[in-house]
Design a protein around this ligand. Structure first.
Ligand code: XUL
Length: 521
């Protein structure tokens, strides 16, 4: 029993959460927003703006600076990191960091300098492609061809070759910048990169996040020689080893002991992807409960009894940090799309909620909005596509309340359609993420899925999952007892399907499917 720290480096912010497992309480939950707190990285939404919507990179030094900023702010406020007994973390999935040297081969971090100035000369690529990048269709095709078809890639790695996945991104780097690729000696995920900073040497990649690379052989938990060869030459020597998620990977580096007051020898557990981490934070590592996470991306995920794959090719199988597997479907048009509609309709979030709950009805009288403001991965649309169907005023963006309902209904219907391959119609769904706080959005999810919706008392499930993973691996506390204390549902955040509402979606669902088919997806 004790204090455990979880870190979560997401698209737009870095969070730190400390749980006290003796008290069953979250004692710290703080974030820094990259856009607001680090404006000199010119990344208001956490990535470098680029005219080409398929190119999405971020400056990895921004993540490094955010770590020092957050720890420094917390230390200045009197947070005693010396009392922390174990640390783990999570990162946005798929993004990659390219280094000229293995981090295990560089000298210990120098406490007279900041980490950014020590990392800058080590980067072999100044920017990191992140999960929103969709510029690698050609490379996906090449990998699939080299493997003898999609089916083999799916069987080995749990997913087709996917644009945002790290393997196709590495191949694109190798092809576009062969010299810089040759000068790269280590490639990290965002999660293993942050873990490496903390332990002051190369951190391994865990099975949860590693499965999002199209490189890991799921059944064996090791890099697949065939996928490595199909991706880029010499790749085996550039990747840290894959390890089970609960592996203790080292101790916090002296730099953090001296600068922020961590206790020397504080153990660090492998970092994982934000979604696998959320599976833990939502108390959903056993099959039977689906999770919908509504953040920058929306994701639907669940622990899996047996790994099976999506015949349409959009869904993925990742490692479940508690052992076994999880499935995941990711939708790029999450909160950015909801914000775009709210802005264009002139609605505050309160008005958005009222519009759904009081001013419109399930099914929205047949009004439909195709919500692809940025390139979408599920279904795959490489060019943005926003279309409205309904009466004249709606189509002219002049019915604010109907627009609010339309974006949420389209997203929920798309989630339902694209998660049907999981095989079990979920009757209980746990929800997390900023948008899940909105009562109107929770109600639409309940109505569309015909399922009971449960919100948790603790927000920020990915940071929570990281702290709980540290408590489980270091403090030897079983997940079940941690969930009883930390993954409790909050009755004020529940929603139940309204009578007759679920049946009223038959036509709208059909209309959405027809539009998608017309777009060829
Ligand atoms: C999952 C995915 C996103 C990122 C967001 O496959 O791409 O959910 O993990 O951080």
């Amino acid at each position: 029993m004790g204090l455990y720290l979880g870190l979560d480096s997401s698209t737009q912010s870095l969070s730190a959460m400390i749980v006290d497992t003796a008290q069953g309480k979250v004692v710290l939950d703080e974030s820094v927003n990259f856009g607001k707190s680090l404006p000199h990285y010119h990344s208001p939404s956490g990535f470098l703006p680029n005219e080409n919507p398929q190119l999405r990179h971020a400056d990895p030094l921004m993540w490094v600076e955010a770590l020092e900023l957050l720890l420094g702010q917390l230390r200045a406020r009197g947070v005693d990191f010396g009392a922390v007994e174990g640390i783990s973390g999570a990162g946005q999935q798929h993004g990659s960091v390219y280094l000229k040297q293995r981090l295990s081969d560089v000298p210990a971090w120098d406490t007279t300098k900041d980490l950014v100035s020590q990392l800058r000369p080590l980067l072999s690529r100044p920017s990191s492609p992140i999960w929103m990048d969709s510029s690698t269709s050609q490379e996906c095709q090449e990998i699939a061809e080299a493997m003898g078809g999609d089916a083999r890639v799916v069987t080995l790695s749990g997913s087709r070759a996917i644009e945002r996945f790290t393997g196709p991104q590495i191949r694109a780097f190798y092809k576009r910048e062969p010299e810089a690729y040759a000068a790269t000696h280590e490639i990290h995920l965002v999660s293993s990169f942050l873990a490496s900073l903390l332990i002051g040497k190369s951190a391994p990649i865990d099975h949860g996040d590693g499965a999002g690379m199209n490189l890991l052989e799921l059944a064996r938990g090791s890099w697949s020689p065939a996928l490595l060869a199909a991706t880029a030459p010499g790749l085996a020597d550039k990747l840290p080893p894959p390890v089970p998620s609960r592996t203790r990977i080292g101790e916090v580096a002296a730099y953090f002991v001296e600068k922020y007051g961590f206790r020397s020898g504080t153990p660090v557990v492998a970092f994982t992807g934000d979604n696998p981490s959320s599976l833990v934070g939502m108390g959903a590592t056993e099959p039977g409960t689906a999770v919908i996470s509504m953040g920058t991306s929306d994701t639907v995920f669940a622990a899996m009894r047996e790994p099976h794959t999506d015949p349409r090719g959009f869904g993925h199988v990742f490692g479940n940090p508690a052992g076994g597997f999880m499935c995941l479907i990711c939708f790029a048009n999450g909160s950015l799309a909801r914000e775009k509609v709210a802005e264009r309709a002139g609605l505050s979030w309160d008005a958005f909620e009222r519009a759904i709950l009081q001013e419109t009805q399930p099914g929205n009288q047949g009004r439909l909005l195709l919500p692809f403001f940025i390139p979408e991965m599920t279904p795959k649309l490489l060019a943005p596509k926003v279309e409205l169907f309904g009466n004249e005023r709606f189509v002219a963006w002049q019915e604010p309340a109907a627009l609010a309902r339309a974006i949420v209904e389209a997203q929920a219907l798309s989630m339902q359609r694209h998660s049907d391959w999981i095989g079990e119609e979920p009757k209980l769904i746990r929800v997390t993420g900023g948008a899940a706080k909105n009562r109107g959005i929770r109600q639409v999810l309940a109505d569309v899925f015909g399922a009971e919706i449960r919100g948790l008392s603790v927000g920020n499930s990915s940071a929570l999952g990281a702290a709980l993973r540290a408590a489980e691996a270091i403090g030897q506390q079983p997940f079940a007892s941690l969930y009883a204390a930390f993954a409790a549902t909050d009755p004020s955040r529940n929603a139940s399907p309204a009578p007759g509402a679920t049946a009223s979606y038959v036509d709208l669902r059909q209309k959405l499917i027809e539009r998608l088919v017309a777009l060829g997806v």
